[in-house]
Design a protein around this ligand. Sequence first.
Ligand code: 5GP
Length: 116
Amino acid sequence: MITDVFCKILKGELKADVVYKDNDFWVVKDINPQAPIHLLIIPVKHFTSLEDFMEGDNNGLLGKGLVVAHKVAHQAGIAEKGYRLIINEGEHGGKMVPHLHIHLLGGKRLGPKLVK
Ligand code: 5GP
C-alpha cells in the first residue's frame, strides 16, 4: 500500500484534477488512467477500506456514491455507451491507496470482464 494520497488531495495538500465535489464525495481524474475516462469517486470522510466503512453507521453513503458515479458518467458523456465501476479491496483485490474509493472507467470498450 502507498500513503493515503486521497486525504492529502481532500485537504488541499496535493494537487488533483477535481471534476466534481459535494459535502460527501469528491471525484478526481486518476493520475494513471486505464481508460480514456478514469475517475475516482472518493468519500470525504476517511474510511481505510470497505471493512472499515461497515463498522460505522454510514447507511446510505455508498448509495450516494453510486448516484455521484451516475452523475459524473453523464457529465463525462459516457453514460450512453456504458462504463464500469470497480472497488479494489485488500491485498487480493489489489488495493493500493488506503482510502475507500470507487473507480469509474469508460470511454472505450473495456477489457475482459473478470465476471462472465
Ligand atoms: P486502488 O488500486 O487503490 O484501487 O487504486 C488507486 C488509484 O489511485 C490508482 O488507479 C492510481 O493510479 C491512483 N492514484 C495514485 N496516486 C494518485 C494521486 O496522487 N493522484 C490521483 N489523482 N490518483 C492517484
